[in-house]
Design a protein around this ligand. Structure first.
Ligand SMILES: Cc1cc2nc3c(=O)[nH]c(=O)nc-3n(C[C@H](O)[C@H](O)[C@H](O)COP(=O)(O)OP(=O)(O)OC[C@H]3O[C@@H](n4cnc5c(N)ncnc54)[C@H](O)[C@@H]3O)c2cc1C
Length: 416
């Protein structure tokens, strides 16, 4: 019986493993860290005395591969969000508050309703998105959008940074377009924002590990892959820290690790090298604020981009945050607490207990020159396939793109 060896227990590796076990294939998963989840996980933080996520992750109801994965592992109901697609915003500089409210159905009539769009914008500011469809591979989002200042500042910039972890001036237009068609182009049903109710690990990681355990898959932690032995067009052995695994004629390998370690193991593979950081700040509030009605809030006009509330923990995200990530944690906490206190109308409340999480390589740089380097999941070795958010799925580096890549690699490994 064929065994598929999967390297890396992030979402790409877990996605591939779940897909393969549901097809009855034997799976062995090898992970270098002492835990699964990679860049999408929860952990207990001693300072806050709470379980927190490494970073806020926003999903959308139209992420159909995410839903397929959650259905397979039995945790779709662990995502929560408003019944209607409402995304509330506050401008930290002016105090103005508004919400973007796409309508039901495919025809986006909401852009003609001033109460549903960003104040000061016109329908043309949204219809401009159609130009993204004709973007060339070298175009940035800013190259394609000739829109009003209000639309740029309060809609397109925050949307681009949230989706592509890069500013509008450098982000790849080609990567924003699929999100417009798969999500906003499908109306309210696909555009509901969702977050993990308890945490990323409770929604994604733990249910997947339980499923793998039930299916008899082998999952090994602290098992770093050091070398891949190749002969001609085949991988013949995997040299892991604690064992050497011979790859039999029917066996397959799915390499689901980030670009830099992949290229260090296999210099023949070329991929994106530049990355962009995401900084998250978690604050323990004096009281739970979830029942105040909104699990998350978009922030404009400050340093912070998103605020998520989970009981008494307020978590702030700053994307495309390479500069901020270089500052000392104390300074970052002070800057982001100011934004948080403003957003939550807490006046000059003193800095509470905090934890800063800097993901310096949160995603590959989703800019035209780096997008062009994304490899396909097939390699020159017929029994080795690649998975991960940096593989060419045509989608941004996101949970949806990652899982789609994990499923594709699994499908390739399933072939006889
Ligand atoms: C702070 C932050 C916020 C984000 N926000 C969002 C969001 O709002 N919405 C969204 O959809 N996406 C978001 N993302 C993106 C999403 O988290 C990633 O795209 C996804 O988790 C990538 O998964 P992966 O499996 O490709 O890689 P990883 O999660 O990096 O997994 C790779 C795994 O391989 C292991 N590994 C590495 N080298 C080896 C080796 N030699 N041997 C064995 N194992 C190895 C690593 O330890 C790791 O566990 C965010 C990411 C970050 C960091």
């Amino acid at each position: 019986m064929k065994t598929v060896h999967i390297i890396g227990a992030g979402l790409a590796g877990l996605g591939a493993a779940v897909r393969l076990t549901t097809h009855g294939v034997r799976v062995a998963l090898h992970e270098s860290a002492g835990h699964a989840g990679g860049r999408c996980r929860s952990f207990y933080d001693e300072t806050l005395d709470r379980v927190i996520d490494n970073g806020n992750h926003l999903l959308l109801s139209g992420n159909f591969t995410v839903m397929e994965f959650l259905d397979a592992v039995g945790s779709r109901d662990s995502l929560v969000g408003p019944q209607d697609p409402v995304i509330p915003f506050v401008d930290l500089a002016t105090g103005a508050r508004w919400a973007v409210r796409p309508n039901a159905g495919r025809l986006p009539w909401w852009i003609f309703a001033p109460s549903r769009r960003v104040p000061g914008t016109s329908p043309g500011d949204y219809l401009a998105a159609l130009r993204l469809a004709r973007a060339g591979k070298d175009d940035t989002v800013a190259d394609c959008l000739n829109v009003s200042r209000a639309a740029r500042h309060n809609f397109w910039e925050p949307l681009t940074i949230a989706v592509l972890n890069a500013g509008i001036e450098e982000a790849s237009a080609n990567l924003l377009w699929p999100v417009m068609t798969e999500i906003f182009g499908k109306g309210a049903k696909a555009s509901r924002p969702l977050i993990a109710r308890e945490g990323l690990s409770q929604s994604f990681i733990e249910p997947a590990l339980r499923l793998l355990d039930r299916a008899g898959a082998t999952v090994r932690f602290n098992q770093r892959l050091r070398e891949i032995e190749r002969d001609g067009d085949r991988v013949t052995a995997l040299d892991l820290v604690r064992e050497r695994i011979v790859i039999g004629p029917d066996d397959r390998v799915v390499l689901a690790i980030p670009p830099m370690p992949t290229m260090a193991l296999l210099p023949e593979i070329k991929g994106p090298e530049a990355t962009r950081a995401i900084v998250n700040a978690h604050f323990r509030l004096p009281r739970a604020m979830e029942e105040d009605g909104m699990p998350f809030l978009g922030l404009i006009g400050g340093t912070a981009h998103w605020l998520f509330l989970r009981r008494d923990i307020a978590s702030i995200t700053v994307s495309a945050a390479d500069e901020l990530a270089e500052k000392p944690n104390e300074e970052v906490a002070a800057i982001l607490w100011k934004d948080t206190a403003k957003a939550l109308a807490l006046g000059d409340a003193p800095l509470p207990l905090w934890r800063i999480v800097k993901e310096k390589r949160a995603t590959f740089a989703q800019i035209p020159s780096q997008v062009a380097l994304r490899p396909s999941p097939r390699t020159q070795w017929r029994n080795l396939f690649l998975a991960g958010d940096w593989i060419n799925t045509g989608l941004p580096a996101s949970i949806e793109g990652t899982l789609r890549s994990g499923f594709s690699a699994a499908d390739l490994a399933l072939a006889p």
